[in-house]
Design a protein around this ligand. Structure first.
Ligand code: GLN
Length: 307
């Protein structure tokens, strides 16, 4: 018998996770540096549309890299799958912002690192930056089941201060693999990272992937099953950057980490989940988020390859 996620004591899990200390809050932009290190929230979204959250489950934060699976999904949808040929799907074993492209092709290594997300964001429908921004916000909102908003200050600073993202965009231009202007690509990606979510919204986004592309709350089909499967597969192999192998062996739930301290998880056929706690380990993964994911995996029997 599978443990019942509907009856699981999430508040108790939060209390246990809060006992774990360590890690450092990201300081790449002032808004992230100002995060409360003791903010901690968890949520589960179940296939029957139930969404359960802890204390602070409705506190907003910028989605940051947890947006990457959803940008990949929207790029696959809007290009009818052609995006798959324009981007690699192999893990890099390197940091999220490594200045490196696939050797030989000049393609980004995978959609879960910055180079890849700069490209997937640029492939989403829209004839200019504003149209693409709006399509992304509308697509992410469909995943979340409610209209999301952008933190304009975060979007501005991500664009202004994202030197490595500018470098990656120019490198892809030089290789002929990015077909929009470098600055436009960074602007759109920066704005996608600045979308405000809370753990409930993020758990529903994860659950939509875990449910084969149908949002379990709104019952809207957001992406076809093949797209959901492709995205979850790449989350499993590349979602935690150079920590993806250790994550998948130990926790075994396809996931995507982010510098805001959020982690989105998609356990196919079972549930979507999200954890948020700002202090990060060296690989940019939330320290408490990892502990919470580990406990969820064990206590709800969520490891993809068995308990
Ligand atoms: N906005 C961040 C960046 O591109 C996102 C990185 C992340 O969350 N790992 O640098």
């Amino acid at each position: 018998m599978m443990p019942d996620a509907g009856a699981y004591d999430l508040e108790d899990l939060r209390a246990r996770v809060m006992q774990k200390n360590g890690g450092a809050v990201d300081d790449s932009i002032p808004e992230l540096a100002a995060a409360d290190a003791d903010q901690c929230a968890l949520a589960l979204a179940l296939p029957d549309g139930t969404v359960r959250g802890t204390t602070q489950a409705e506190s907003p934060f910028s989605v940051q890299s947890a947006v990457k699976p959803f940008l990949f999904a929207l790029a696959l949808l809007d290009t009818d799958g052609d995006a798959m040929d324009l981007i690699g799907i192999e893990p890099t074993g390197e940091a999220f912002d490594a200045i490196k492209l696939e050797s030989g092709t000049g393609r980004p290594p995978n959609p879960m690192v910055n180079a890849g997300a700069l490209l997937t964001a640029s492939l989403i429908d829209g004839s200019d930056v504003d149209e693409r921004n709006e399509r992304i916000l509308q697509g992410l909102s469909a995943f979340a089941g409610r209209r999301l908003e952008v933190d304009e200050g975060v979007a501005h600073n991500e664009h202004l201060l994202g030197d490595r993202n500018h470098a990656l965009a120019h490198l892809m231009r030089a290789e002929g693999t990015l077909h929009v202007g470098a600055d436009d690509a960074v602007a759109v990606y920066a704005r996608a990272c600045a979308v405000l979510v809370d753990v409930k919204a993020l758990a529903v986004m994860g659950a939509t992937l875990a449910s084969g592309g149908v949002n379990p709350v709104t019952e809207e089909r957001v992406v076809p099953p093949s797209v959901a499967r492709d995205v979850v597969s790449v989350m499993a192999t590349c979602g935690v950057y150079d920590g993806s192998g250790r994550w998948m062996r130990g926790i075994g739930i396809p996931a995507k980490s982010s510098v805001s301290g959020a982690i989105v998880l998609a356990a196919p056929g079972r549930l979507g989940a999200a954890v948020m706690s700002p202090p990060l380990d060296e690989q940019g993964t939330s320290v408490r988020g990892r502990v919470a994911s580990d406990l969820l995996s064990v206590e709800l029997d969520l490891h993809a390859f068995g308990s």
